[in-house]
Design a binder for this molecule. Sequence first.
Ligand SMILES: Cc1cc2nc3c(=O)[nH]c(=O)nc-3n(C[C@H](O)[C@H](O)[C@H](O)COP(=O)(O)OP(=O)(O)OC[C@H]3O[C@@H](n4cnc5c(N)ncnc54)[C@H](O)[C@@H]3O)c2cc1C
Length: 434
Amino acid sequence: MADRDVQLLAIGAGPSNLALAVALEELAPDLARDSLIIERNEEVSWQPGMLFPDALSNTNFLKDLVTLRNPRSRFSFLNYLHSTGRLDHFVNMSSFTPYRAEVADYLRWTARSLALVELQRGTECVDISPVWTGGTLTGWATTVAGGQTITSRYLVLGTGRDIRIPEVLRGLKRERVVHSTEYQPRMAGLRKDLPYRVVVVGGGQSAAELFYSVQIDLPECRPTMVMRSVGLSTYETSKFTNELFFPSFVDEFHGARPEARDQMLAEMRHTNYAGVAPGMMDNLYRQMYLDRFTGRSRLQMITMHDITAARDEDDEIVLSLTDWRTGATQELRTDLVLLGTGFSPQMPGAVQRLAERIGLSQIAVNRDYRLVIDRPSTAACYLHGVNEETHGIADSLLSVMAPRANDILQDILTGDHLENLAAAPVTTPVVAAG
Ligand SMILES: Cc1cc2nc3c(=O)[nH]c(=O)nc-3n(C[C@H](O)[C@H](O)[C@H](O)COP(=O)(O)OP(=O)(O)OC[C@H]3O[C@@H](n4cnc5c(N)ncnc54)[C@H](O)[C@@H]3O)c2cc1C
């Protein structure tokens, strides 16, 4: 017996599901009134582990939760600025890219401004099971921490991607390993006066931000950045390739042959991955320059090395680094390892477990982000932000969120999700065993 039943349950109150909530309020008020978003954190935010005071979003503010779908919406970033009395000052900055902290605040403002969709904070989804009625999939039973169950006909997963921890580092004690997503709260718990040895792993934007920030957050630390690449390089930011982040490009990408999609993703890799924003690159170079000039020499960058082994030894971590040019190895002893290693390209574990319970042989979504379920079904499950392979490199980014919310909603409203429905006898609902 469920503790609560809603038509639509959205898990995660990040930008993806907030964009959906806005679309629900504007386009489907009846469904909106019967929709619930659950968020595990007590507060709505945006990538809170990396919310540095001076970090900028790299995305145009017009790619907010709604403007590309409905430029006249009251939920726009412009209306947020207007409502909070900062429009003149923002305009005067002559910048299209807001601070990340400002985007986080815009998300909170949007969450507060919802009139119909309910948002429940501090509620973590721990398990999802399909509900079968006879041979037909009729819904979902979601269990939250604390044990309550919420049933729904529609389920929308907007929980982000799983973090990536390189295999070689997985056995280390977690108290000495910090992924970028945990950076700010974990640093807040450390003493500031100790001369920690810190290794930052990775050569992209997250690693660069960790290397830059840890010098401020742990003023006495000695950070070393270790990367496989030949050195840091900037993102590819041409206006021509940026056209491939247009929402309209999703159709083209989705319609392409699989091998062509792979090629496009490979060619576009440097627009979003393995690159550093030009401003951050300058900041880092200046940090290194001043470090040498002042003779402090506490900063080090080790390029073209793989971490080939790692172990805990007493109170430290010992990393084995192999120079891939020569095969030579060296040991690096450290107190802390910061991971700027990003996110797994695989489907999140929660989606894999759900697919297993439904009995799917493969995980695929259609053009409208609906999980393909080759069984009679009156229910549907949609996946945000984990479909780069089929929907293109912008899938995890703000660029496509407003139109994607519309795609998902229209799939529900037009009944397209009923395509596999076969006449099936109506019997008592059954929740698959957990
Ligand atoms: C440091 C950083 C900077 C970035 N900067 C940009 C940028 O400038 N521009 C851009 O377009 N993209 C950027 N991105 C990409 C980012 O993925 C998207 O901007 C966006 O945050 C994705 O939104 P989302 O809602 O799909 O997922 P997320 O933002 O990851 O939100 C997921 C939400 O789900 C919640 N959640 C997770 N698991 C559960 C659970 N089991 N139960 C309940 N709630 C749960 C989380 O707490 C979170 O609130 C950045 C990413 C990072 C890491």
